[in-house]
Design a protein around this ligand. Structure first.
Ligand code: APR
Length: 170
């Protein structure tokens, strides 16, 4: 099972698809969304405009334009409201639907940021366990795929690495 956790800027990764932690409008924002749009160039926003938004927990795909990645898979994570508003299920959907979309487009390598754990304030340890559970379950059924977690800090990398280690013990 090919899952790796990196301390990396996701916009630099030469993979089939990088995943964007977007908002429901898909019209750009700050954080990793802003970084991806800056690196991809204005054509990304132009294509996003044709998608007419994206519901929370779902995913849509575009080309990568000036990015080294061939595609961007835009997914919208839940805003954390304390855990009683279906946040866990919605976050799991972000990973599952992004992986399914990559598989449907015959993409083999996909990189995720730490979805929802920035502006959307989802607790990162809880998010990492959900992420690794969904990714390892999907890879059991699709072993040819390669998944990278591109964590933007060493601290975040350590959290996802710990979740990866636990997921292999389960
Ligand atoms: N590469 C990888 N990870 C990054 C990068 C980058 N270049 N830039 C930021 N990150 C990390 C953050 O450090 C955080 O760990 O991405 C993670 C997700 O944080 P946000 O980008 O704030 O995303 P999220 O919490 O899902 O909030 C989404 O923020 O930018 C807006 O338009 C976006 O409204 C949406 C909201």
């Amino acid at each position: 099972m090919d899952v790796r956790v990196l301390h990396a800027d996701i916009t630099t990764l030469q993979v089939d698809a990088i995943v964007n932690a977007a908002n429901n409008s898909l019209l750009g924002g700050g954080g990793v969304d802003g970084a991806i749009h800056r690196a991809a160039g204005p054509e990304l926003l132009a294509e996003c405009r044709t998608l007419h938004g994206c519901p929370t927990g779902e995913a849509k795909i575009t080309r990568g334009y000036a990015l080294p990645a061939r595609h961007v898979i835009h997914t919208v994570g839940p805003v954390w409201h304390g855990g009683q508003r279906n946040e866990d299920t919605l976050l799991a959907g972000c990973y599952r639907n992004s992986l399914q979309l990559a598989f449907d487009h015959e993409l083999e390598s996909i990189a995720f940021p730490s979805i929802s754990t920035g502006v959307y304030r989802f607790p990162i340890e809880r998010a990492s366990r959900i992420a690794l559970r969904e990714v390892t379950a999907f890879l059991e059924a699709h072993p040819q795929m390669q998944v990278l977690f591109a964590c933007f800090s060493e601290q975040d990398r350590a959290v996802y690495q710990a979740a990866l280690t636990v997921s292999f013990q389960d």
